[in-house]
Design a protein around this ligand. Structure first.
Ligand code: GLY
Length: 373
């Protein structure tokens, strides 16, 4: 699988499918030196790839571990990465390879964008969420003053290596977070046949029926599903790359990737205030159900479709009901980065594979949803 991200007629990055980490080193041969930044949680995998790269190049490839959390997704961590790049004499031609989930790729990508005014970077995403969303499309950055991803730049990784076997060590709860983004992708673009969405619902439903505990690692239980999952990850990566190629700086079409995210940001903010621990993907799942209901209340889709989406997401093991009063989401939703003139662009659903951007006041959206509570 090779999927180009093409901007202004020029290929600026590629998403590459690999079945084994040892396939990666030759792609990086043309770079005179490499640095690796990795999430400490995936140390064994990062060390395996560091070893393979060092053998290929005949020299040690330096690697730097970071611990990744929303609280630690700060300029401070980016500064640590830049300090390490400087300490290890990274040059402008050095490629920085980030190995980890979306927080790791966002921060390392941002550091690469600002170090010496920009060095090339590549990603090996190790979570489902990063494989289908965060590590494709070039959004990099950090949280700032209680706002998510408030500082950052859009710049494309030269490679995003998609290796589904790297998901085996993922805890089930993190897998589910990525599952929400996978479903989101096919709700907004199903390749025209509604097959990808249904296949995803069915595969995730089967994984859910294994009865894994949320903190349990997927391990060998995921093995029988890897070929089908790999195909769906490739299809989702393809949708994402095509949306980004059309609108890299989110002036129009790229906004559709935020399906469910305005509500999700409100839910995540309220969760932080209350000390609850919903993951981003879980909040996106609840947000998509709210979007489906909002869509049917505006007559854009049928109630049957809205109910089906709720049932499908629930059947995959995702949370579907926002546990907070809707009014408590208002503040955080209104400061959405995409808000303009009091209105927020909501991504609403006409059908599976058919979404549209509708500007609404947050107040109106919440009022329409009150009747469900
Ligand atoms: N995660 C949404 C985007 O990349 O635009």
């Amino acid at each position: 699988m090779t999927i180009p991200v093409t901007i202004d007629g020029k290929v600026q990055g590629q998403v590459l499918g690999v079945s084994d980490l040892r396939e990666i080193p030759p792609y990086l041969d043309t770079y005179p030196s490499l640095r690796i930044v990795y999430d400490i949680n995936v140390r064994p995998l990062a060390m395996e790839l560091k070893g393979a790269l060092s053998v290929e190049r005949g020299e040690d490839v330096p690697a730097f571990a970071i611990s990744c959390s929303e609280e630690g997704k700060t300029l401070h961590t980016v500064q640590d990465i830049c300090t390490w790049l400087l300490d290890t004499s990274a040059q402008r031609s050095t490629l920085l390879l980030a190995i980890g989930g979306g927080i790791c790729t966002d921060m390392a990508g941002f550091a690469a964008c600002i170090y010496k005014r920009g060095i090339p970077f590549a990603f090996l995403p190790t979570t489902l969420l990063a494989q289908v969303d965060a590590a494709i499309g070039g959004k990099t950055g950090v949280n700032f003053q209680d706002f998510k991803n408030m500082l950052g730049v859009i710049s494309q990784p030269v490679y995003t290596f998609e290796c589904p076997t790297s998901l085996l060590t993922l805890p089930y709860r993190e897998f589910l977070g990525g599952a929400a983004e996978l479903l989101k992708t096919f709700i907004l673009d199903d390749g025209g046949g509604k097959v990808l969405y249904e296949e995803t619902v069915s595969l995730l439903g089967e994984v859910h029926s294994l009865g894994l505990k949320k903190e349990e690692r997927l391990g060998d239980a995921l093995l029988p599903y890897l070929p089908a999952l790999g195909k769906l990850i490739g299809a989702a990566a393809s949708v994402k790359a095509s949306v980004v190629s059309e609108d890299p700086y989110e002036r129009g079409r790229r906004k559709v990737l935020n399906l469910g995210h305005t509500f999700a940001h409100g839910i995540e903010h309220e969760a932080r205030v209350r000390g609850d621990a919903w993951s981003h993907g879980e909040a996106v799942s609840m947000g998509m159900v709210l979007c489906a209901r909002l869509s049917s209340s505006l007559g854009l889709c049928t109630e049957e479709l809205s109910d089906k989406i709720r049932k499908d997401l629930g059947g995959c093991g995702l949370p579907v009901e926002c546990p907070y009063p809707l009014s408590s989401l208002r503040g955080a939703m209104s400061v959405d980065k995409k808000a303009r003139g009091g209105k927020v662009p909501f991504i609403l659903i006409g059908d599976i594979g058919d979404v549209r951007i509708v500007e609404l006041e947050v107040e109106e959206a919440l009022e329409r949803l009150e009747r469900y509570y």
